[in-house]
Design a protein around this ligand. Sequence first.
Ligand SMILES: [Zn+2]
Length: 460
Amino acid sequence: MAISRTLRVLSVSAGKALREPRTRHALTTCSRRYCTASSPRHVSYITSARIRLPTPHRSFASASAPTFKDSISIDIDGKQTTFDSVFLRDSCRCPHCVDPSTSQKNFQTADIPANVQASAEVITTPSGPSVVINWKNDIPSFSADHQTVLSLSFLRHALSPQKPGPVGIHTAVPARKLWNRDSMATANTFYDYSAYMSDDRTLYTVLKQLHTHGLAFLSNIPDTSQTNSSTGVVNITNRIGHLRETFYGRTWDVKSVPNAKNVAYTNVYLGFHMDLCYMDLTPRFQLLHSLRARAPGGESMFADAFAAAERMRTESPDLFHALRTFPVTYHYFNAGHAYRQIRPTIELLDPSDPTSDLALLNWSPPFQGPFVAGIDGTGVGLRTYLAAAKRFDELVNKPENVFELRMEEGQCVLFDNRRVLHARRAFDVQAGERWLKGTYLDRDVWASRFEVLRGVYEGK
Ligand SMILES: [Zn+2]
């Protein structure tokens, strides 16, 4: 059977695991100080798991007493892996350890005795193969019959290199699709606003595209410019979760106004950039709803900064290295605000590994401040960064890499502000009105909605 091929547990109580199938109340009513629940869990023990004890312990194979150890070795998908008993104990999700109502942990990691030891055996549960663990030297407030059941799926994910990934530890995310002008034009769909608002599957499709492409569009948004102009973009954002308020407000307008405090509020060409790189928590997503598009010009342009970064990683590792190490200052000192951040252009999921996946980028030339490194005239660092910045700028501006469109009234763009650069052509403010209503959304709000819907539609 499948379990015997994929999972073998070493250092276990073989006598128990080879018993006839049975049902056991693995958990009993609890009187411990942390516990708030008592919910017996039924576990069926399989009979065909291949249990193998290491040679020094073979004498235990016929003994009834379990073998407790500091760590447990498990064969997952053909690879033997050792799990620290502290990790296994800390991961317990039984109703005594994690409150079923609030999902809050009822004990602290610090409560786990350093000499805690585990004895494991293979079981089947309705949700798949699992390991059931008995404890020696458990947290003192837990009773001797406290058991932990961890699924093979959980243990496999615990080993996954996706751990620091963009969604969460429980999910291996779909692969990103790097794009250029033509491939984005092929991939792009204008999703209907009503479908997005009423159908969870459409919402899920848009959320997924925000991960794979970092860019998605809606259309047919009702015109509320004469009543509450924020309604469209607020509804679209609240469909995902709570929006991110900044000093620009809950929502903000992009249109030409006199004495603009921000270059986005004028009618000149606005080059490729990301928003708010000068903030500690730069918003991950941005939404722009077109309320008026009656001025000639003003086309919106988007470029995949991840595609440019990956190309540089391949063609010029030295310049890629410069972009992920050289510190760049971003600041906004204006109109009573004082924001400043110093960060490299490219951030990897694992900064210690130059082959690691991209986490996010920082690129916002209009809001760059004075450099703090490489300014001593030796040319170290700054000159290499200059060459790298030139190449990156060249790549993102190549016409074949720029997805350009005119945002018509009733359309909204949603994009990943740490991946997709946005720009805007100049427009004639005298010839007609151009008005976009914008807001921001944090990454974990998107990730939460994405994870939940992914579970619904893909069972993951
Ligand atoms: Zn527990």
